[in-house]
Each structure stands twice: as structure tokens, then as C-alpha cells.
Design a protein around this ligand. Structure first.
Ligand SMILES: *Cc1c(COP(=O)(O)O)cnc(C)c1O
Length: 387
């Protein structure tokens, strides 16, 4: 049997069956390990259509970047291989700018500013990407907070830029972005912001650039629902141009991060749809779906459940808190049991307090919400009875 000779219509279920793997219901949000988010049909259509033509990739990147800038209300934009790819590009741009010798010298940083200042509260699991192009961190402050003076004291002739993170559950007490940007700009340095998962709200497409960030990295494969491997950088024209020059397809340290013409068209199509969606209607729909979860779970003794929608919960999510009177296994164990079930259900844990887990509606179709609730409820009731 071969995939392209299947008698029946080619489906996701047919492909996973052919490979002998079991798909899952993704109730945990756009997590890469669980294959991100469902690309919008418009993105898939644009990808297929784009496969019909050949183009000069530089021309496509510049034109698509201009369109993304316009769509998002920014001065300039360019496309990257995920938000993580955007972090490598940010670092390379900060160090090499538009100097061709420096661009081709990276990741060897001899003779160029190569230090990136990062507040300790902004260290996070993906920050290695900033180091991939050869940069080194200078950490300032503590995980509880940082002052502007501490950042300023760390600036030297070796400094290439200052990092800023926006992410759910980040620690508090960091220097406000506008203050950080004023300081950076007074010393001729860029602020490199990672805001990968901060969409929606759509207002975030301009907030961080308005507050002074020079390059802001967003994922295209999370709630935007473009191709999983895409991302985009928005910001000041000068810095976006440095980013583009340091990015694939140009040979250099980011060459391995190429994005295909199909992916570029797919991201653009997804973003066009994303920015046009009425966020109020979208939010109401998610809230209704998550209320179903809350209603079913809150009745279980030891469980508290509520719909949360705030900085840490980018869309309404059903957050379940295991009370002090819960005698069953931990949230992590329940997440494992959900994953091991039939059907396999992936729920979110790990980011917030250890006694919480949640259901994220982004990747769920209506009938899947029902399946998830039933499975979740059964597993909790079974666990409560000591099994
Ligand atoms: C998701 C995320 C990333 C990675 O984004 P990709 O588009 O998957 O590469 C980087 N930083 C933060 C804070 C994220 O949440």
C-alpha cells in the first residue's frame, strides 16, 4: 500500500493509520509537541495555489512583509520560521545589522557587539534561540524584579540589544517596556521582544511596537492558524530590514530557517482572516464551549472550575483547580491519564500553579468539546474513587 494509491479518500485518519500512530484530540492549545494549531482552510488553499508558481524569494518576502505590516498596523514586517526563528534573526540583526562581513561571520562574534541584556524574570525555555547566532546573555535583576538602573548599569560597548518577554505566567516586577525602550534608544540599542503566543488579543499586534519594541516576534502557527512552521517579526523599518538581511534565504547563520513560498502565502492568508475576525464573537463562542466543561467538572467533589480569560489565558479556557480536599492523583497524573485514554486527549498543565490544569478551546471542534468533557469527567470520577 502506498499513501497516494489509497482507494479511499486521503484523510488525516488514513495517514495516521497507515503510519501506525494514534492521533489525539488537542485540548491543550497550540503546543508544538501536540502539533500546534489547525491551519485555516484559507491557508491550506493559498499554500496549494502557491505551489503552482516560482518566484524570487526575496521579492516575495519583501512584498509579503509589506502586506503583513499593513494588515497588522505596523511600519514594517518580515516572515520567519516560527517565533523561535524570529529570535535567532533578532539576535543576528542586533549584532550584524546590514554589514555583509558581519552577517557572514556569525556565529563567530569577534569584533562586534554581541551581548544581549536580559532581565532574570525574562529567562524562559526558548531563550537559547537568542544565543544560536553567537550572542551571549548578560543577566540583570532577580527573578522577582529588576530596575531600570540595573539594566542601564549593564550596558557597555559590547551590548548589542536588550531583550523583552511577553508570555503567560511570566514573573512580575520587570522594567516596563516603554521605559526599557527609552533607555535602549538613548544608547542606540534595539529592544528585541518575544511575544510569540500573545495573540489574541489582536490589539497586541500594535501594543508592543507602540511601546517602543524595535522587533517583535510572533508565532504564525499558534492562534493565527497559519502554517505551523511560520512566524513574523514586526517593528521599525530599519530593524526589520536588518532582520531580513540576516535571515534565510541569505547564506548565513539563519540559512537553516528557510520558509517556503507556500508557507509564506499560507501565513499571509491566515493573517488576513485572523485580523478580520470579530474578537467579541470569537470570545463568546469559546466561552460557551468552556462553560460546558466548567458545568460538568465543577460538580465533582474536590474540584473547582471556572472560565478564565486574562493575560495568562489568551482566550477563554476552562481552568480546573484541585482543592485541598482532593484525595486523588496530581494534575500531572490526570494529564497523563487523559493522554493515555481512548481517545487520547491532550490537556494543558505545567505553566500555571501546580494544582491547576486547563482545557483550551482553540483546537477543538464542537463535537470534540463533548468528547473531551466526558473523558475528563470519567477520569476524574474514577481517580476520586481511588483507582
Ligand atoms: C511559542 C513560543 C515560542 C516559539 O514559537 P514558535 O512559533 O513555535 O517557534 C517562543 N517564545 C514564546 C514565549 C512562546 O510562547
Amino acid at each position: 500500500m502506498k499513501l497516494n494509491r489509497m482507494a479511499e479518500r486521503l484523510t488525516g485518519a488514513a495517514i495516521t493509520k497507515y503510519l501506525g500512530i494514534t492521533p489525539l484530540i488537542n485540548a491543550g492549545g497550540p503546543n508544538t509537541r501536540h502539533s500546534g494549531s489547525r491551519p485555516r482552510p484559507e491557508a491550506i488553499r493559498a499554500m496549494e495555489a502557491m505551489s503552482e508558481v516560482f518566484v524570487q524569494i526575496d521579492e516575495l518576502l519583501i512584498a509579503a512583509g509589506e502586506r503583513i505590516a499593513e494588515l497588522t498596523g505596523n511600519e514594517a514586517a518580515t516572515i520567519t520560521s516560527g517565533a523561535s526563528g524570529g529570535l535567532v534573526v533578532q539576535a543576528a540583526a542586533a549584532m550584524a545589522k546590514d554589514d555583509p562581513d558581519r552577517i557572514s561571520q556569525l556565529p563567530i562574534t569577534d569584533g562586534m557587539p554581541h551581548e544581549l541584556i536580559i532581565q532574570r524574570g525574562h529567562r524562559f525555555i526558548y531563550d537559547h534561540l537568542y544565543l544560536a547566532a553567537g550572542a551571549r546573555f548578560v543577566e540583570v535583576g532577580s527573578t522577582d524584579g529588576c530596575t531600570l538602573d540595573e539594566v542601564e548599569a549593564a550596558i557597555t560597548a559590547r551590548t548589542a540589544g536588550i531583550i523583552h518577554l511577553e508570555s503567560p505566567f511570566k514573573s512580575v516586577g520587570a522594567v516596563p517596556l516603554p521605559d526599557l525602550a527609552d533607555l535602549a534608544h538613548s544608547r542606540g540599542l534595539p529592544v528585541l521582544a518575544d511575544c510569540a503566543s500573545m495573540l489574541p488579543p489582536r490589539a497586541n499586534l500594535t501594543i508592543f511596537t507602540d511601546q517602543g519594541a524595535d522587533l517583535v516576534s510572533f508565532s504564525g502557527g499558534k492562534a493565527v492558524r497559519g502554517p505551523q512552521s511560520t512566524g513574523f517579526l514586526i517593528g521599525k523599518p530599519e530593524w526589520v530590514e536588518y532582520a531580513r538581511l540576516n535571515n534565510a534565504p541569505n547564506p548565513g547563520v539563519t540559512r537553516a530557517q528557510k520558509v517556503s513560498k507556500e508557507e509564506i502565502a499560507g501565513l499571509l492568508a491566515a493573517l488576513e482572516v485572523f485580523v478580520d475576525i470579530d474578537e467579541e464573537i470569537e470570545t463568546r463562542h469559546y466561552r460557551e464551549q468552556m462553560n460546558l466543561v466548567v458545568d460538568q467538572i465543577a460538580e465533582i467533589p474536590g474540584m473547582a472550575a471556572e472560565v478564565k480569560h486574562n493575560y495568562d489565558h489568551y482566550i477563554p479556557q476552562a481552568v480546573v483547580t484541585f482543592g485541598d480536599d482532593w484525595r486523588g492523583p496530581s494534575t500531572a497524573e490526570i494529564v497523563e491519564r487523559l493522554k493515555a485514554g481512548t481517545p487520547r486527549v491532550f490537556a494543558a498543565d505545567g505553566q500555571g500553579p501546580s494544582n491547576t490544569m486547563w482545557i483550551d478551546p482553540l483546537n477543538l471542534q464542537d463535537r470534540e468539546v463533548e468528547i473531551v468533557v466526558e473523558q475528563f469527567r470519567n477520569i476524574l470520577i474514577e481517580a476520586a474513587s481511588g483507582r
